[in-house]
Design a protein around this ligand. Sequence first.
Ligand code: GTP
Ligand code: MG
Length: 247
Amino acid sequence: MPKRIPVVEKILSANDRLALKNQSRFDAAKVFAINVMASPGAGKTSLIEHTIKGLEGRLRIGMINGDIATSFDADRAKAAGATAIQINTGGNCHLDAVMVQLALSQLDLGALDLVIIENVGNLVCPADFKLGTHKSVLVASIPEGDDKPYKYPGMYRGVNAVVINKIDLLPYVPFRMDFFKKYRSAQPRRDPVRTLLPDWGGSIGLAGMAGGAGEGIYRVLRPVLEPGLPRKYVNPNCCNCLCFDRS
Ligand SMILES: Nc1nc2c(ncn2[C@@H]2O[C@H](COP(=O)(O)OP(=O)(O)OP(=O)(O)O)[C@@H](O)[C@H]2O)c(=O)[nH]1
Ligand SMILES: [Mg+2]
């Protein structure tokens, strides 16, 4: 009887291999990296901007922005206080590991603690291309509608957190929060995703964030990111913030 030999080797795509190299570069520099994805206009840059402002003086932040054209978003990140690199994809609907590798050659990782990558606004392709980040975040926004997790399951599968943005528009737009959140039980495999509803210190939406109470991604994602962080990134002396122990 012929013997069956299981093939256990995982064949990585060229992109995945490069993504691993990118991650090694982040790790070597003790830099934590996040990939922020969303549909166009969901509020990626706004969230990142306010994160940068909220963490001023505490974490050194680099931003890599992917857009089809313009440097508007990188300019916003720079104005907020980050080192920012713009990647124009020239029509591509997503960032890939090669583009991030090129951006990394222009960033001094030794001078950074956190790199936030803003992917191209799109709910389809970015899901298929690993970049080498440690965590990925999906920004969903109320005006997009509550059915998006069902219509774009690939995007919602595998991200580490979903941030629901523009909640100040809830009174004006039909949006069934329960229905939105139930997408997880409709997925074939339940990933450890947390759905987070940012309440920026009393006032909702960006107004509260701009008031200084919120710290953008950092504050929203801390419960998600911190348990998953490699120990080397966590400073045990820092109880109320995500600190990076670079020693
Ligand atoms: N009402 C409201 N508007 C918001 C909120 N967050 C962002 N916006 C607005 O939504 C628009 C798009 O925000 P951006 O942060 O540029 O969105 P983005 O996802 O980076 O957009 P692209 O990079 O073009 O895909 C801007 O006019 C923001 O001011 C929010 O919480 N509430
Ligand atoms: Mg943007």
